[in-house]
Design a protein around this ligand. Structure first.
Ligand code: UGA
Length: 433
């Protein structure tokens, strides 16, 4: 199959490379000349484990190409995916669909009869109708289909998630689109990944409902964690205790500093907007958004409290800045609110992150960025784990004790055992334990 992927962000680049790896001919189009130039010279603009190799292999095999020119890419494609960004619109939280609409407009004049246009970007319900309208306006006589194919991959595990998905969702309003997408996903379907075929609007809703539900699950366990701290229970036991109930499931029950990233924060807001527009308010999601926003700064206060409130002029060593491990993504990272809260409390912040410091430096001022975890702890009155990088899972406590001014570990990801930490003479503050 000939596939065109418009947009080489996370979803576009990973999906394009994986489709090529299945044996399809894939052309990735992007408007950003610097990005395309980098990709052509083998540089991957994002940090994602395994992606550089996957791209290089498929480029070498001649199945994956990059271009700026949509006019050259689109003719001859069986399916053209739209995988451009849908950021929050400034001011109201609605998904900004200008890039999606622009992509539809630009491809319209180059489409051949029978091409299926597929939105892979996370787009509010009804966007498929609008994409169809835009193309129809430009090409009243063209036979084409518009489908929805939401993507459920996680940053840091993107290739694995794409190649071994829990399910593939395709939203189609006609038989031709279904047949083409089934062919596109044939290698995965043969591998026994379940394929769910539904109407286009249902597929669009599925994506938002999935992200909102996962955000709710995390926020639920975070609030249970707060209560556990008050009543003297361990949230990890509680999470295991409820997670083994098949109806609940064990994943996404890790209490922590609140969810961040490029998806949950933006998608929950966009879903709320859709709910308001259709007069079907989503009160649970509303509460989740509010609780999660408050939580991030509250984690800064937790550190202040652990220091006995006496913080002026003290130093904190922050370990991890990205919104989760195995990514360089800083978008909506809890660290942004936490570091700010620490600085507001008069503290100096030293920080280390294996991949996120370049982006963090653009967002966080007044932070001393260090070359490793130990340098970040020099002279600090507390070590604070914000992101669960593997590099922080086996810290050398003797070395830390020499470097720190105060033997205090605040573990916002619950990656340590209290007994082990205390055995080394440290005070240990975790989440919900
Ligand atoms: C999320 C979804 O998991 C993907 O299925 C979806 O495709 C993607 O959004 C998207 O819409 O593009 P992602 O944002 O990469 O993926 O990251 P997650 O692994 O879901 O983590 C999101 C946030 O929740 C992180 O800040 C993470 O630390 C936090 N989290 C996750 C917890 O605090 N506890 C958990 O148990 C799980």
């Amino acid at each position: 199959m000939h596939i065109v992927m418009t947009g080489t962000g996370y979803v576009g680049l990973v999906s394009g490379a994986c489709f090529a790896d299945f044996g399809h001919e894939v052309t990735c189009v992007d408007k950003d000349p610097a990005k395309v130039e980098a990709l052509l010279s083998g540089k991957i603009p994002i940090f994602e484990p395994g992606l550089d190799e996957l791209v290089a292999n498929n480029v070498a095999a001649g199945r994956l190409r990059f271009t700026l020119d949509i006019a050259e890419a689109v003719p001859g494609a069986d399916a053209v995916f739209i995988a451009v960004g849908t950021p929050s619109r400034r001011g109201d939280g609605h998904a900004d669909l200008s890039y999606v609409h622009a992509a539809a407009k630009e491809m319209a004049s180059h489409l051949r009869p029978g091409t299926v246009v597929v939105t892979k970007s996370t787009v509010p319900v009804g966007t498929g109708d609008e994409v169809e309208r835009i193309i129809r306006e430009a090409r009243p006589d063209l036979e084409f289909s518009v489908a929805s194919n939401p993507e459920f991959l996680r940053e840091g595990a993107a290739i694995e998630d794409f190649k071994r998905p829990d399910r593939i969702v395709i939203g189609v309003n006609d038989e031709h689109a279904r047949a083409v997408l089934q062919e596109v996903y044939r290698p995965l379907i043969r591998n026994e990944s379940p394929l769910l075929v539904m109407a286009r609007r249902a597929a669009e809703m599925t994506k938002y409902a999935a992200n909102a539900f996962l955000a709710t699950k995390i926020t639920f366990i975070n609030e249970i964690a707060d209560l556990c701290e008050k009543v003297g229970a361990d949230v990890q036991d509680v999470a295991r205790g409820i997670g083994m109930d098949n109806r609940i499931g064990p994943r996404f029950l890790m209490a922590g500093p609140g969810y961040g990233g490029s998806c949950f924060p933006k998608d929950t807001l966009a879903l709320l907007k859709t709910g308001h527009d259709y007069q079907a308010p989503l009160r649970i999601v509303e509460a989740v958004v509010l609780a999660n926003d408050n939580r991030k700064r509250a984690m800064g206060r937790k550190v202040v409290q652990a220091l006995g409130g006496d913080t002026h002029g003290k130093t904190v060593g922050v370990l991890g800045l990205t919104f989760k491990a195995n990514t360089d993504d800083m978008r909506e990272s809890p660290s942004l609110a936490i570091v700010q809260a620490l600085q507001d409390a008069g503290m100096k912040v030293r920080a280390y992150d294996p991949e996120g410091m370049e982006l963090a430096a653009k967002l966080l001022e007044g932070v001393t960025y260090c070359k490793d975890a130990y340098e970040a702890l020099e002279g600090a009155h507390a070590a604070v784990i914000v992101t669960e990088w593997d590099a922080f899972r086996a810290l050398d406590f003797a070395r830390m004790a020499d470097l720190l001014a105060d033997k205090l570990l605040v573990d916002l990801r619950n990656i340590y055992d209290r007994d082990e930490v205390e055995r080394h003479g440290f005070r240990y503050v975790a989440v919900g334990r």
